[in-house]
Design a binder for this molecule. Structure first.
Ligand code: ADP
Ligand code: MG
Length: 612
């Protein structure tokens, strides 16, 4: 007999399972059944692809049995099984970097946390929420040797053992009677495991009514299949209810909430495939993490291939969960094939088109629901506008914006419909804060002319909006680059001397100083050269790690009609100080930092003192 200590992380995790997460204990069964289902998937795949496994006798099934006297519950499968190394590696250590992440994600909300158990690949250990002792009897397919792994959560032992056929049988020595009840067990199986593709059998008592008058009815125990075990996505749409779709979603997503939308497609043209996609009604915890998990499982002819392939959908659709089942691929598809294969490529393209077009429908038919979707995932969707991505047109139809004139969110189409007759362009302004953007000096002229501006206050806007040049043949431009030709031209030559002096005073901080007709109430504002990234874009580029960005200075534009500028022409003494203050104020209004706040305070104080 060999005795082993658990890896430290496993011990920590076990403590956590036993002492904190136990209030949603029933999920242990979901986890053990899902491991059995995985083990059946693995063997299923091998028997279909590897010659040495083809002769193996293999009837995929899971059996659940309990014994009230011993207080034991046993979950058995006819799957791949484990050898000694597998036992040590899989049930004594945590190979994936998963646990650390798992521990850092715990929120204290027990329901949420117990869903994380499944997502982080630490499901097996949840057995210790309900059992003081766990035994794993297992024999690997094609191997002669069986082993018994046994643990009390403190350490574990492995001994040689006997088992008739390949597969794994896990026996839990339960802490109490709660799960020694067929109705309870059946309910849990139906709730979490109804649609795993393999049958789950259980001894169920069935009442047989009396056959003849005078006789009594009796109860018979029968080994009965308790789950549906259907590849739900292969069933006919009209045989399925919303409830079936929702249950299946919960099973594959570890999300307790109903999805916002499901999209079930059966393609029967040149390329045959079935897809069932879901859009969650809640933000997945890893939506904005680089190591987010793919939500789409790939099957080939109903055989599970992978749930770890992020390229199945573009990253801007990473919130989508579901199943993709392709007919005309070999079962032993490699990662390379997945990425380059022409069939796979058209399945992906068609899937993306389908999802986008269903979102378009939702937008047109159920605005309220669409807004709900958009608030959750709109910023992720907007990532699809990056660069020269495909489907930009479709995405442009779906994205929404805040507006300088209206409450809520509007689409580009709605913006266009409300455009003035003589307005030729769509305008937007980017930055961090909705209120300060709305009141930005840049928009003064727009307000006066009653022209709507899209207020782009999310980070992704600052990155993608400069990459969007037009919508439906109408150019899209930053508000700072709008040129209004109707207003009487300013005679710039009148201000050459003043401009030169202001420029001299702040020459280290600006690229240029210009007179402008874009302002009404403010004396000055900051803009960027047409080809320079604006301030918010620069900041995000830096955040994304572009540290070699050269310093890009703004342009200070002054309003010649403003009282301050007019007086400045005749006040040579104050010109230096006032120029600096004008620049600093314009910077603050643009959401930037002041270079030297102490100098700013000093100058402003002295100006106040003079004014009083
Ligand atoms: P995950 O299922 O995410 O890998 P678990 O903690 O649930 O994490 O299981 C750990 C590992 O133990 C599995 O990956 C698998 O290799 C092995 N394992 C668990 N249960 C079984 C089983 N019934 N048959 C074969 N292997 C199993
Ligand atoms: Mg598992």
């Amino acid at each position: 007999m060999s005795k082993y200590e658990f890896q430290t992380e496993v011990s920590d995790l076990l403590n956590l399972m036993i002492h904190s997460l136990y209030s949603n204990k029933e999920i242990f069964l979901r986890e053990l059944v899902s491991n059995s289902s995985d083990a059946l998937d693995k063997l299923n795949y091998l028997t279909l692809t590897e010659d040495s496994y083809k002769k193996l006798e293999y009837t995929p099934r899971i059996d659940i049995k309990f014994n009230k006297d011993d207080k034991t519950l046993t979950i058995s499968d006819t799957g791949i099984g484990m050898d000694k190394d597998d036992l040590v590696n899989n049930l004594g250590t945590i190979a994936k970097s998963g646990t650390k992440n798992f521990l850092s994600q715990l929120s204290g909300d027990v329901k949420k946390d117990s869903n994380l158990i499944g997502q982080f690949g630490v499901g097996f250990y949840s057995a210790f929420m309900v059992a003081d002792k766990v035994e794993v009897l297992t024999k690997k397919a094609l191997s002669e040797n069986a082993y018994l792994w046994s643990s009390d959560a403190k350490s574990y032992t492995i001994v040689d053992s006997k088992k008739d056929s390949h597969g794994t049988s896990i026996t839990l020595y339960l802490k109490d009677d709660e799960f020694l009840n067929e109705y309870r067990l059946e309910n849990i199986i139906k709730k979490y495991s109804n649609h795993i593709p393999y049958p789950i059998f259980m001894d169920k008592s069935e009442y047989i009514p009396a056959q003849k008058e005078g006789e009594e009815g009796k109860t018979e125990v029968k080994n009965t299949q308790v789950n549906r075990a259907s590849a739900l996505w292969r069933m006919q749409k009209n045989a399925l209810k919303d409830e079936d779709y929702n249950d299946f979603y919960k099973q594959i997503s570890y999300d307790d909430n109903d999805p916002l939308l499901y999209i079930h497609t059966k393609a029967e043209g040149k390329i045959e495939y079935t897809s069932l996609f879901y859009i969650p009604s809640k933000e997945p915890f890893d939506l904005y993490r680089v190591d987010y998990q793919s939500g789409v499982k790939l099957y080939v002819k109903r055989v599970f291939i992978t749930d770890d392939e992020k390229e199945l959908l573009p990253t801007y659709l990473r919130f989508v969960k579901g199943v993709l089942d392709v007919e005309d691929l070999p079962l032993n598809v490699s990662r390379e094939i997945l990425q380059d294969n022409i069939i796979m490529r058209s399945v992906k393209e068609a899937s993306v088109k389908k999802i986008l077009s269903e979102l378009e429908k939702l937008k047109n038919n159920d605005r309220e629901k669409y807004i709900k979707f958009y608030i959750l995932f709109g910023n992720v969707l907007k990532e699809g506008l990056y660069g020269f991505g495909e489907n930009k047109e479709d995405i442009l139809n779906l994205v929404m914006f805040k507006s300088s004139k209206r409450d809520g969110l509007i689409t580009l189409k709605e913006y266009k419909e409300a455009m003035k007759d003589d307005q030729k362009e769509i305008y937007y302004i980017t930055g961090k804060n909705y209120n300060s953007l709305k009141d930005s000096p840049i928009l003064e002229n727009f307000k006066k002319k009653d022209i709507e501006v899209l207020i782009c206050d999310s980070e992704i806007d600052s990155i993608v909006m400069p990459m969007v040049y037009e919508f439906d043949k109408t150019p899209i431009k930053p508000a700072s680059q709008a040129k209004f030709d109707d207003k009487e031209k300013i005679d710039e030559s009148k201000y050459t001397e003043l401009v030169a002096k202001i420029k001299e005073a702040i020459k280290d901080e600006v690229k240029d100083v210009k007179v402008t007709n874009r302002l009404n109430d403010s004396p000055a504002c900051i803009v960027y050269d047409e080809n320079d990234p604006d301030f918010s874009t620069q900041q995000i580029l830096k955040q994304m790690g572009q540290t070699d960005l050269p310093e890009i200075k703004p342009i200070l534009e002054i309003n010649p009609d403003h009282e301050i500028i007019k007086k400045l022409e005749n006040d040579k003494l104050m010109l230096n100080d006032v120029s600096k203050i004008l620049l600093d104020i314009a910077k603050v209004q643009a959401g930037m930092n002041i270079e030297n706040p102490n100098e700013f305070a000093k100058i402003l104080n002295s100006i106040i003192a003079k004014a009083l």
